[in-house]
Design a protein around this ligand. Structure first.
Ligand code: MGD
Ligand code: MGD
Ligand code: MO
Length: 708
């Protein structure tokens, strides 16, 4: 264990990594006294963390040592969903689970489905051992689309991958567009960068339908209608051309399809954009002028703008903007949605797709799990859920719950807490938290690998996810050696040693041990453990002279890959499914467009059971504009029913001009069982998928609100 001993107190400081689904992936320092963690702080010497933690993770000990932690395996004894369980031994649990999985697999392994997301983002306790196990089993594959895949594909078809600016450069920008992002809630370390930029004179503009705490602190807030981002981006393109702000030299050298893009954008005059987005013409013209003339210009795009039908195309359009003005010339110019593509990962060695041995199982989309549980053919007969809480977070809850209730479905949930999903399990298996296990982290917000050392022993009988799968593999008679790899071996396998961006210290350590193979990988990992964190080797402005990971190496306004799939090669504006424009009859019955962005004191549905954090969020709420509230006879503080044809939930009405007329904002994601009516916001969201990436459209959702 890499730790520092303080001789006077006997306290030990252990280096960790925050595991949560957040762009910031903080480096942690955990103080341990006589086997008990007593303090968790942000590492002061890790530049992106800078010694600070968010409100949630600064309460980490309250979560870790919560009396509600699951500490023994549980067998269901009541009806599904009733939450009635009895303790069992690991031996009984693993025996029963292995028997059932073996029986289903003998008929058809595709009837088994793993369901997981980013409860931990660790490469070990995330998919490292789990995917190996499911590949060996031949289970259905899971399309992990619930969060970011629309934007990810938008980037992939434009820049060629999840690459972008170094977040540590934003402090040097002259202009920052904070687009579909509320960093004070969801990425507080980026917000520090933006504030530093502002102190140095930068202009900050928020593009968000809601006046968030972030938008309020920017120089300007452009409050567009949900799902209209593609139109706004087309309007900016039209105006950059009209106002002669295009960097033609850079465009000619490093982009594909400018003329076609310009022709498409020509129709998007300020007047049309203003009508489509619910803005003024002056806002559109002024935004383009600022964007084209203040340098360096940086865009922090976040996933809030891709949760509607046209989210993938909108991400394509926004990802194309920096190229038009040559912003990539500057280290502090360009855009950042995800930095995930800056890390070299050896996927083959890490999750071992070769264990499929030629089988090609079907793929089930996690975002339509409600429909899949009802309709998949052959049916899903067994599901193993880990690092996820689908009953609370997946769209269209009534269908998801109906699916989890099926008596012929065998469900195993590996969890730290008794979540909404765990309530429907046949077996609940207790999992360790980040303080209790080893892990390796790459991130989607900065460029540092971070290692997590276990600080304390597992609580009760909790086991790391990896150990659960190792033991299950034994029970099922899988002999493959890689299914017994240690956590450190799984982590080491993920490091692509031949990737030129491997951090220098890690590359040196690997070179001293032959440069390739398991020994070298282990040396690199051990070096990371000693350092705690290490930055990928990449130029500050890696795209100043092009060199994008796209097929052409250029920014692709026109994508030959999309054309080859019979899709529109150029990005376009696609109006939301649920809007006056696309579905006037629906809009007449359900006139309010509902968004349900992250709550500050929760991390998706994680932390809802931490008393102090839940107290800070109080109860589920829905914000309505004073005009919309008055039209419905609703006053501030009234309990209301939010509903549409899919379902309904109860929330406390907050009347506020922070939201636009016509837009309802319901902050997520509560546990169903922790709400007054037993249903959270996903009771009304739908299963329709985005244009690219097969992603959910949580914010493409019309509702009506009435007194409860
Ligand atoms: N505290 C906290 N932090 C979190 C999370 C959390 O739940 N709580 N979730 C984490 C996760 S999983 C993710 S994926 C990340 C990023 O998660 P994101 O979903 O990107 O969240 P935010 O950064 O809060 O940005 C969303 C913002 O987009 C706005 N928005 C909604 N619809 C639209 C639209 O159509 N167009 C535009 N332009 N804006 C729109 C919302 O009002 C909100 O302010 O955050 C992570 N960080
Ligand atoms: N309406 C609406 N719905 C949304 C969103 C929205 O904006 N609006 N956002 C969506 C987004 S962006 C996302 S990413 C998804 C998130 O959906 P999920 O990935 O399901 O995230 P969480 O709700 O945080 O649930 C993660 C669970 O993993 C568990 N966990 C954590 N660490 C470990 C571990 O080491 N082992 C095991 N076994 N379990 C662990 C936690 O206890 C927690 O219950 O939700 C989506 N749902
Ligand atoms: Mo997410």
């Amino acid at each position: 264990m890499h730790s520092e001993n303080n001789d006077l107190t006997g306290d030990v400081i252990v280096r960790g990594a925050c595991p949560h689904d957040c762009p910031d992936t903080c480096a942690l320092q955990i103080t341990v006294r006589q086997g008990r963690a007593i303090k968790v702080v942000g590492a002061p010497d890790h530049p992106p963390t800078h010694g600070a933690l968010c409100t949630k993770v600064s309460r980490y000990l309250e979560r870790t040592y919560s009396p509600d932690r699951l500490t023994v395996p549980l067998r269901r004894v009541g009806p599904k969903g009733s939450g009635q369980f009895e303790p069992a031994t690991w031996d009984e649990a693993l025996g029963a689970i292995a028997d059932r999985l073996t029986e289903v697999a003998a008929r058809d392994p595709e009837r088994i489905l793993p369901y997981s997301y980013a409860g931990t983002m660790g490469m070990v306790q995330g998919e490292g051992m789990a995917m190996r196990f499911f590949h060996r089993l031949g289970a259905s594959l899971l399309d992990r689309t619930i969060c970011a895949s629309a934007g990810k594909e938008g980037l992939a078809y434009t820049l060629g991958g999840s690459v972008g600016m170094d977040v540590e450069q934003f402090a040097n920008a002259g202009l920052i567009l904070i687009w579909g992002s509320n960093p004070i809630t969801s990425s507080v370390h980026f917000w520090s960068q933006a504030q530093e930029a502002r102190r140095r004179g930068a202009r900050l503009i928020a593009i968000d339908p809601y006046r968030t705490a972030t938008a309020e602190r920017c120089d300007q807030h452009i409050a567009l209608l949900p799902g209209s981002d593609g139109a706004l981006a087309l309007g900016i393109i039209q105006q950059l051309i009209e106002q002669d702000l295009v960097d033609h030299d850079w465009v000619a050298r490093h982009t594909l399809g400018f003329d076609e893009l310009a022709a498409r954008a020509a129709a998007w005059t300020p007047d049309r954009v203003a009508r489509t987005c619910g803005l003024t013409e002056a806002e559109v013209i002024g935004l383009a002028r600022d964007y084209g003339s203040i340098k360096p210009a940086a865009i922090r795009l976040n996933y809030g703008m891709q949760r509607t039908r046209g989210g993938g195309n909108a991400a394509r359009l926004v990802a194309g903007l920096p190229a038009l003005i040559g912003a990539w010339r500057h280290a502090a110019g360009g855009m950042l949605l995800s930095s995930g593509g800056h890390f070299g990962v050896d996927n083959q060695a890490w999750v071992r797709p070769d264990l499929l041995a030629g089988r090609r199982p079907r793929t089930i989309n996690m975002s339509t799990i409600g429909d899949a549980l009802a309709q998949a053919d052959p049916p899903i007969e067994a599901m193993i859920v880990y690092n996820a809480n689908p009953v609370a977070v997946a769209p269209d809850s009534e269908k998801v719950i109906a699916g989890f209730k099926r008596d012929d479905l065998f469900t195993v949930v590996i969890e730290q807490f008794m979540t909404d999903t765990a309530d429907y399990a046949d077996w609940v298996l207790p999992a360790t938290t980040q303080l209790e296990h080893f892990d390796l982290h790459k991130t989607y917000g900065h460029r540092w690998w971070v290692a997590n050392q276990p600080a304390i022993a597992p609580l009760g009988q909790a086991l790391p996810n990896t150990e659960v799968f190792r033991r299950l593999a034994v029970r099922m008679g899988f002999q493959d050696a890689c299914l017994q790899d240690s956590d450190e071996a799984v982590a080491a396998s993920a490091l692509a040693l031949d990737d030129p961006r491997l951090p220098a210290a890690l590359a040196t350590a690997a070179a001293e041990h032959g440069g390739s193979g398991p020994k070298a990988a282990r040396a690199a990992l051990d070096m990371l453990g000693e350092l705690g964190y290490a930055k990928v080797q990449e130029a500050d402005a890696p795209f100043a002279d092009g060199g994008f990971p796209s097929p052409s190496g250029k920014v692709e306004f026109v994508s030959a890959r999309l054309a080859a799939m019979g899709m529109d090669p150029l990005p376009d504006y696609l109006p939301p499914y649920e809007s006056v424009q696309s579905s006037p009859e629906l809009a007449a019955r359900f006139p309010l467009a509902m968004i349900s962005p992250p709550a500050r004191h929760f991390l998706n549905s994680t932390f809802v059971n931490v008393d102090s954090l839940r107290a800070a969020e109080r109860e589920p709420g829905v914000d309505l504009h004073p005009d919309d509230a008055a039209a419905r006879g609703l006053t501030d503080g009234a309990m209301v029913r939010v509903f549409n044809d899919r379902g309904s939930f109860l929330a406390r009405c907050k009347v506020s001009d922070r939201t636009r007329p016509g837009v309802a904002a319901a902050w997520g994601i509560w546990w169903h069982k922790r709400t007054q009516g037993g249903r959270n916001v996903n009771a009304v969201t739908g299963q329709a998928l985005s244009d690219l990436g097969r992603a959910p459209t949580f914010y493409d959702c019309l509702v009506e609100v009435a007194p409860a």
